[in-house]
Design a binder for this molecule. Sequence first.
Ligand SMILES: [Zn+2]
Length: 128
Amino acid sequence: MVADASKEETIRSVAKGIIYAVLGVVGLMILLAVALPNYINPPITGSPRGVPRIACINNLRQIDAAKEEWAIQTHAPSNAVPTWEDIRPYLQLGGTNGVIPKCAEGGLYTIGALTDAPTCSTKGHALQ
Ligand SMILES: [Zn+2]
C-alpha cells in the first residue's frame, strides 16, 4: 500500500505538471493573439504619438491644398514659394477661415515651393 500511495503521488505531480504546461501554452497563445496583430500591423491611433501625428499630417494636407488653390488663383509659376499671407485666404480649418494650423507636437511648418510638399520639423510628420 505504501508503494501505491507513492505511485499516486507521482501521478498527481505529473498531472499537475501537465496542467501547468497546458495553462502556460494557453496563456502564451492568448498573449500572442493579442500582441501579434499589433506587432505586425500596429494601430496608428493606438500609439501615443499617433493622434498628434495624424493631426499634423492633416494640417500639412490643408497647407498643400491651400498652396495649390493659391497657385491656381494667382497663376503662380511652379517654382513660386508662397508665404503664409499668400495662402492664408485658402486655409479653411475648423470652419474658421484663414487660421494657420499648428503642429500639436511643436513642429514648425515650412510651406516650401509649389513643386514640394509642405513639411513639419517634427520627425515622422510628413506627407507621403
Ligand atoms: Zn508636426
